[in-house]
Write a protein that binds this ligand. Structure first.
Ligand SMILES: *Cc1c(COP(=O)(O)O)cnc(C)c1O
Length: 355
C-alpha cells in the first residue's frame, strides 16, 4: 500500500466521541465536534456525528464546504473569526460563527439580510489566553453593537483557553464567564442560550464536577481525535489514542556513526543540533519529511525505534534497538500528536486511508 499514509480508524473515533459526549451530556453540556485538525475530513465528521455530537465545528470555510459537498448533513459552526472578505460565504455555509469585532458583526448582518436570514454568533471573551475575544470590560460594548444589527442573533458567549497562552480552565475564569453572562442578560434583557467555554482542556474540570453548571457548550477536537485532554495531554479514560496512525516506508538502512563528521554549520532549517557520540548506529531513512508532518510530534509504535530528526523529505530513525530486522521497503508506524496530525492531514503527499 502507498506510503506515507495516515490511517483513520473511524470506529475508534466514533467510540472516542461517544465517551466524551457521554461525559458532557451527564453535565448538560452540548458537544460540537471540531474537525479542523483533519482538514474537515468528511468521514471523520460522520464518525463524530454517529458518536453523538450535535454540530460540526471547523476553523476554515474550505473545510466546511468540503464536508458539505460530501453530503455531511449537520449544523456547522465556524470557529475562526471570519474575515470581512468572506462574510457572504460564512452566512451561507454556517448557522453560527464566533465573533469579537463590531465591524464583522455589521458585515455579517448585512450579508445575512441580503439572503433573508439571521446569522447567529457566539461573542468571544478573552479570559487570559490572549488569542481571540474582547477583554471582559469591553464585552458590554460588543453586546450592545451586536443587538443593533438586525441580521444578527446572539446565541451566547464563548471563550477559548489553552491554545495561545496555555491558560487552563479554572473555577475563577469559568466563574467570570458565568458572571459576565448573568450581567449581560440583566443589562440587555436577553437570554444567552450557550456558554461555550470548553475545549479539550476542560474535561478534567467536568469530570471532577468543578465546571459551573451554566457552562453548557463544548467545542471538542483533540480529545475525540487523539483521546487526550490538553492541560497535561493525559490519555482520557475510555478513549483510544491511536485512531490515527502514520505509516512511512524504509528507503535506506545503513550503519553509520551517531555524530556528523567534518566542520559543522547550521542544518537545512537553520538549526544547530547537538549530537552525542553513541558509537555506530543502525539508521533508517523514511519517505516522510517536514513537508508531511511535524516530526517532533510523532511517537514510534514499535519499541526500540528512535526518531533522530528530519529534513523536508526524509526522517532519520535509529533502529539499533529494534527487535526484528528492518529492511528496505518495510514500513514503520507512528502515532501523531496534534501538531503532527494537522500537518499530515494538510499535506497532499500523505494518503488518507479510512479503516
Ligand atoms: C481548535 C478549537 C477548538 C478545539 O480545541 P481542542 O483542544 O482540539 O478540543 C475549540 N474552539 C476553538 C475556537 C478552536 O479554534
Amino acid at each position: 500500500m502507498t506510503a506515507p499514509r495516515v490511517t483513520v480508524d473511524l470506529d475508534k473515533l466514533e467510540h472516542n466521541t461517544r465517551t466524551i459526549v457521554g461525559l458532557c451530556q451527564s453535565r448538560n453540556i452540548e458537544v460540537c465536534g471540531v474537525t479542523k485538525a483533519t482538514c474537515g475530513h468528511p468521514q471523520v465528521a460522520l464518525a463524530m456525528l454517529r458518536g453523538g455530537v450535535c454540530a460540526i465545528a471547523d476553523s476554515r470555510l474550505e473545510n466546511i464546504r468540503r464536508m458539505q459537498a460530501a453530503g455531511v448533513d449537520a449544523s456547522y459552526i465556524l470557529l475562526r473569526i471570519p474575515s470581512l472578505s468572506i462574510v457572504d460565504d460564512v452566512v451561507e455555509a454556517v448557522s453560527v460563527s464566533l465573533n469579537s469585532e463590531p465591524a464583522l458583526l455589521a458585515a455579517l448582518s448585512d450579508a445575512a439580510q441580503r439572503r433573508g436570514q439571521i446569522h447567529e454568533v457566539i461573542l468571544m471573551v478573552d479570559l487570559g489566553d490572549l488569542r481571540e475575544g474582547v477583554w471582559p470590560d469591553e464585552l458590554a460594548v460588543l453586546v450592545k453593537s451586536a443587538l443593533e444589527f438586525p441580521g444578527i442573533r446572539v446565541r451566547g458567549l464563548g471563550t477559548n483557553l489553552a491554545c495561545f497562552g496555555g491558560v487552563v480552565p479554572s473555577e475563577a475564569n469559568m466563574g467570570l464567564l458565568v458572571d459576565l453572562a448573568a450581567e449581560t442578560e440583566q443589562d440587555f434583557a436577553l437570554q444567552l442560550q450557550w456558554l461555550s467555554a470548553i475545549n479539550s482542556s476542560g474535561l478534567e474540570m467536568i469530570a471532577a464536577d468543578r465546571m459551573p453548571a451554566r457552562i453548557n457548550h463544548a467545542r471538542i477536537g483533540e480529545a475525540i481525535l487523539l483521546g487526550r485532554e490538553t492541560t497535561r495531554r493525559k490519555p482520557w479514560p475510555g478513549t483510544f489514542q491511536d485512531a490515527f496512525v502514520i505509516h512511512a516506508e524504509v528507503l535506506e538502512v545503513k550503519r553509520k556513526p551517531s555524530r556528523p563528521l567534518g566542520t559543522r554549520t547550521e542544518d537545512a532549517f537553520g538549526g544547530l543540533t547537538r549530537f552525542e557520540d553513541q558509537g555506530e548506529k543502525l539508521r533508517v531513512l523514511l519517505n516522510l519529511g517536514r513537508e508531511d508532518v511535524d516530526v517532533a510530534g510523532i511517537a514510534p509504535c514499535e519499541p526500540g525505534v528512535v526518531v533522530l530528526g528530519a529534513s523536508s523529505d526524509y526522517t532519520v530513525v535509529d533502529v539499533s534497538a529494534s527487535a526484528g530486522p528492518v529492511r528496505v521497503g518495510d514500513e514503520l508506524a507512528f502515532i501523531p500528536n496534534y501538531s503532527a496530525l494537522l500537518a499530515l492531514m494538510t499535506s497532499e503527499y500523505v494518503a488518507k486511508v479510512t479503516l
